[in-house]
Design a protein around this ligand. Structure first.
Ligand SMILES: [Zn+2]
Length: 284
């Protein structure tokens, strides 16, 4: 009987409707907070809710109910708000953290699953004092040009770099995903002696209107999986240039790299959620 229940749970976890199901749970489980698994295949028990307003920040799109996270993440966001305010920034807009029990989301994200990821908007303009429900439909400003090859001088400001630095210098932060054109701009404009901190900025697509902070697993979260460490160096190298190649050239380089290191062929199959997550989804 136990085995049958386990198989049923595993089948459930593999089903395509799963993101929807995790999104329908409105509250976290009770008990101590535990992030389980990794950012792209995980869940969280005992998640904490980010208050919609706090010193230096305002949460946006709270109707999505994605402002839950590991207490470490909630403290990080609140501390960043306080530090940003002290550094002269207007309130920050905070986007998605995680669903009440983490897990896959039905839309928009592959990650944000174990309560250690948070989206912070690049909008550093002064903001009106709107009640949370009035912050559902806020206009988004992108920091890159339409061809996504450079930062847009009309929207990019050196204060964006200052804000990223503030976030990256927090020891809890494992990495920050930003658009590759933003990383490139920092590589090109900061002297080599002043850019050690940009090591934590990882180039990715999207992320031209928000940056995505990922915290390392808190030490006492034994079932939490931190990503493979970032390679040494500031990342202003061929791995960054790869993003600027055209599709055919990228394919060619990837094939060459695969031939040079033939092991990881088509990549491993997408891992399933850790088994504990089924119990977390089902818990009262
Ligand atoms: Zn994100």
């Amino acid at each position: 009987m136990r085995l049958k229940a386990l198989i049923a749970a595993l089948t459930l976890l593999a089903s395509p409707a799963i993101g929807k199901e995790w999104g329908e749970v409105r509250l976290p489980t009770s008990g101590p907070a535990r992030s389980i698994g990794g950012p792209a295949t995980g869940c969280i028990a005992g998640a904490e809710l980010l208050p919609p307003d706090g010193p230096g920040y305002q949460a946006v799109r709270v109707s999505r109910n994605r402002q839950w996270g590991n207490p470490a993440t909630i403290s990080f966001i609140r501390d960043l708000g306080v530090r940003a305010k002290a550094a002269g920034f207007a309130d920050l807009y905070i986007g998605d953290v995680a669903q009440p029990r983490g897990g896959p989301m039905a839309s928009l994200h592959g990650s944000h699953q174990n309560g250690l990821d948070a989206d912070i908007w690049f909008n550093i303009d002064p903001k009106p004092a709107l009640a949370p429900p009035a912050r559902e439909d806020i206009a988004i400003v992108t920091l890159t040009t339409p061809d996504e090859r450079r930062v847009d001088p009309a929207t990019w400001r050196s204060d964006h770099a200052r804000l990223l630095k503030l976030a990256a210098e927090d020891k809890r932060v494992d990495r920050i995903l930003v658009h590759y054109a933003i990383k490139k701009h920092l590589c090109e404009t900061l002297p080599a002696t002043e850019r050690a901190w940009i090591r934590k900025l990882r180039p990715w697509r999207g992320h031209n209107e928000h940056f995505h902070v990922r915290l390392a697993c808190p030490a006492d979260n034994k079932d939490c999986v931190t990503q493979t460490p970032i390679a040494a160096g500031d990342g202003c190298d061929a791995t960054l240039d790869w993003w600027f190649l055209d599709a055919a050239e990228r394919r060619k380089r990837d094939e060459e790299a695969q031939r040079a290191a033939p092991k990881p062929q088509a990549g491993p199959p997408r891992p399933k959620l850790p088994a504990q997550c089924a119990a977390i989804l089902r818990a009262p």
